[in-house]
Write a protein that binds this ligand. Structure first.
Ligand code: GLU
Length: 451
């Protein structure tokens, strides 16, 4: 039987990193096994589901490159793929339970009679979980009286207003859509015995279940949408690469069982397996996510680097058709973790007027030899005929010698005088890109400013 996985988001908010990771694992598993990846919209909660949220989720999936074979905008043999459009199917399944006397009405709601027997979940990641739903659900903790009280263990599957409940529609759709593997967050493990009871009531073979560990904050708390790195659209806005975000998400709860941490999507597809999914909860580490992205940026082709950086150059007013952009991007690629940082590194190359960072300027402005150093630099560099990095370096060395100083003593004033900051890309290639006239002009302006 060919593998069919699904991602089944409830469109009640943004695409969160936890949800996106679930989508990724399902996508990888389907792709690895030559199966199908289905996107199903669990929008039966009419009050909380919004079209806007769905758009954000679809956009996020598209940006990540997690393309679905069936689902919204794509169609497929098992649609519609929005649960809100599947009511007739649910009615027919309810009828099956009614005919088998497995449901009854209770104050307008419909309840499913849970069997009085041990149900065993054989989870691929978490192992065996055995539960008797009738016993387990017959008591509940009452928050008001702070006591255990009698409860009805039978599951509500339809609300008094006619709306179907998650457990029911989730199982019906997994049956109807022929889902073979359910890969989802561990928060759903406790729901799975209920789901298995429903599969059995419908006489259907349940899929293989794999509950993946929760993704928590470094301090062990649950991640909220306000936490850094929680929302997928923010990765896009900051200039992360989708393949790097996928790479990092893959590592949140899975390892290749060796030391490899940087993967292309092809490698991930080849190497991902449920046996590599860890049992313990994973801790989200934004710094590591940045590192993974930096590693991917280092490996980009020049064309892909230019394409990724383009929106950020535009936003910073750097003309992307400037001939010097490709070389400047090469200087930036080793220094940045995300594209958002690029203008800060190379912006000075393209500016008409240097912005001087006061803290950087303060590092040299007190030096007695500063006027002499700047003068020597301007004079020495002006003499360079063929303006290349190979010639600029010795010219700085010669300028230093001319005033009896070491070359190192000239580098910082040169950097600050020309670029306005102590930070940035390697100085000599930056000087090369700026051109002799501009470099000498900037050194003279800075010398004037320091008088
Ligand atoms: N709509 C459910 C959720 O977003 C899906 C659970 C499942 O994957 O079965 O948590």
């Amino acid at each position: 039987m060919s593998v069919r996985t699904r991602f089944a988001p409830s469109p009640t908010g943004f695409l969160h990193i936890g949800g996106a990771r679930t989508a990724l694992y399902n996508w990888l598993y389907a792709r690895k096994n030559g199966g199908s990846f289905v996107l199903r919209v669990e929008d039966t909660d009419a009050e909380r589901s919004t079209g806007e949220s769905m758009e954000i989720i679809l956009e996020g999936m598209k940006w990540l490159g997690l393309d679905w074979d069936e689902g919204p905008g794509k169609g497929g043999d098992f649609g519609p793929y929005n649960q809100s459009e599947r009511v007739e199917i649910y009615d027919a399944y309810l009828k099956k339970l009614q005919d088998a006397d497995l449901v009854y009405e209770d104050e307008g709601a419909i309840r499913f009679r849970v069997p009085d027997k041990t149900i065993v979940v054989n989870d691929t990641v978490c192992g065996e979980v055995a539960v008797n739903l009738k016993e387990q659900g017959s008591k509940r903790f009452d928050q008001e009286t702070k006591q255990e009280v009698e409860a009805n263990p039978d599951i509500v599957i339809r609300r008094p207003n006619g709306g179907y409940i998650f457990h029911f529609v989730n199982v019906v759709d997994d049956i109807e859509m022929g889902i073979t593997h359910v890969i989802r967050g561990e928060d759903h493990l406790s729901n799975t015995p209920k789901h298995l009871a429903l599969f059995e009531a419908f006489g259907a073979t349940p899929p293989t279940f794999a509950h993946i560990p929760l993704n928590l904050n470094p301090n062990g708390s649950k991640m909220s949408k306000r936490d850094e790195g929680a929302l997928i659209h923010e990765y896009r806005e900051k200039g992360f690469l989708p393949e790097a975000v996928n790479n990092y998400m893959a590592l949140l709860g899975w390892s290749a069982k060796d030391d490899q941490e940087i993967f292309t999507m092809e490698e991930l597809t080849k190497r991902f397996d449920l046996s590599g999914v860890t049992k313990s909860n994973s801790k989200f580490d934004y710094a590591k996510c940045l590192w993974v992205n930096a590693e991917h940026i280092k490996q980009l082709s020049p064309g892909a680097l230019a394409a990724g950086a383009a929106p950020f150059l535009d936003a910073a007013g750097i003309p992307s058709d400037d001939d010097r952009v490709p070389a400047a991007l090469e200087l930036a690629r080793e220094r940045v973790q995300i594209f958002e940082e690029i203008p800060k590194i190379i912006g000075t190359i393209f500016t008409e007027e240097v912005t001087y960072d006061p803290a950087s300027v303060a590092k040299v402005s007190g030096r007695d030899d500063l006027p002499q150093v700047l003068e020597a630099l301007a004079t020495g560099l002006e003499k360079v005929e063929d303006w290349t990095a190979e010639n600029i370096k010795p010219a700085i060395a010669a300028a230093a010698e001319s005033i009896g100083a070491k070359m190192g003593a000239l580098m910082l004033p040169c950097r600050i005088g020309v670029t306005g900051s102590t930070a940035g890309a390697d100085l000599v290639p930056v000087l090369e890109l700026l051109g002799k006239v501009e470099v000498v002009k900037r050194l003279k302006i800075f010398a004037e400013m320091q008088k």
